[in-house]
Design a protein around this ligand. Sequence first.
Ligand SMILES: NC(=O)c1ccc[n+]([C@@H]2O[C@H](COP(=O)([O-])OP(=O)(O)OC[C@H]3O[C@@H](n4cnc5c(N)ncnc54)[C@H](OP(=O)(O)O)[C@@H]3O)[C@@H](O)[C@H]2O)c1
Length: 309
Amino acid sequence: MKRILITGSNGLLGQKLVELFSNSDCYSLLLISRQEHSVFQEETLQYRQLDTTNKQGIRKIIEEFEPDIIINTAAMTNVDQCETEREAAWKINVNSVEHLVHMAKLVGAHIVHISTDYVFDGKQGPYDELAVPNPINYYGRTKHASENVLRISGIPFTIVRTMILYGTGYNVKTNFGLWLYQNLSEGKVVSVSDDQRGNPTLADDVAYGILKIIELERSGIYHIAGQDLVSRYDFTLELAHVFGFNKKLITPVKTTALKQAAPRPLNSGFITLKAQAQLSLHTSGIVHGLMIFKNQLMARKHDLAVSER
Ligand SMILES: NC(=O)c1ccc[n+]([C@@H]2O[C@H](COP(=O)([O-])OP(=O)(O)OC[C@H]3O[C@@H](n4cnc5c(N)ncnc54)[C@H](OP(=O)(O)O)[C@@H]3O)[C@@H](O)[C@H]2O)c1
């Protein structure tokens, strides 16, 4: 049985991973996240509260649990917050990875680390795994640096880059899909950029890709993202269609009009042929992904409490 440590287990992707891996008898899991309690109540799902910037805490937990694999989803994921709170962003997104690498070396663990399309500048997307990173915001710089920590570490690792994650879970922070749902379902107007292109990605698909990576013992870099490369505006129109929301509430704007603290890569997107060929991974397009998202929201509506990012 493989022993897997999942960081950020209370986050969106973390929850999807826990749900998926806990369905199999092949894995023994230890969940860690920053909050006092796990969102999972099951006694079989061991949870420890830990801030990954706490080097001693990481040491203790990894020495005790001796994972074969560490899946690192924990990160400061708010792109504008990273731009303005740079020291904290570096500590969480880079120094934490250094701590994990240090301990992985001691116990012989493989790290699966989650990164982003924001390592690219968005000038010439879609990008494959061989494209050269050139981040244009601080979040992207921290994630690029975290990738480099792994590249020079000498330990076995897999970097999974993904983008525009959407999905639902217990008390998850707002993501693009949830934000749209929240506003449009209340009849509120949303301004959405029509000049930012990427592949919106159902979080469940990334979790499944990571399961495949672990089953097939793959290392290196993988781009895992939804099938369709679209603008955020087009994604929003499709979401309104799937949910039956009023499309007149949606206003297309240019990214600069949003006056966000961090610049965004515009012409992004991923080529996912490597994941398709090597992992037999076929991710959802936006229509299929949004229908799954809708079903999940309906099933969980009563206990969904979305907090602001
Ligand atoms: N969301 C996207 O669109 C997107 C796109 C590309 C890549 N990614 C990457 O995918 C990964 C997962 O993203 P996500 O959307 O699932 O993020 P998320 O929902 O924000 O989850 C991150 C989780 O990590 C926890 N965490 C943050 N800092 C921590 C720390 N120092 N110690 C322990 N736990 C900590 C958070 O806890 P708190 O609630 O206490 O903060 C949260 O539970 C991240 O590495 C992110 O960079 C995300």
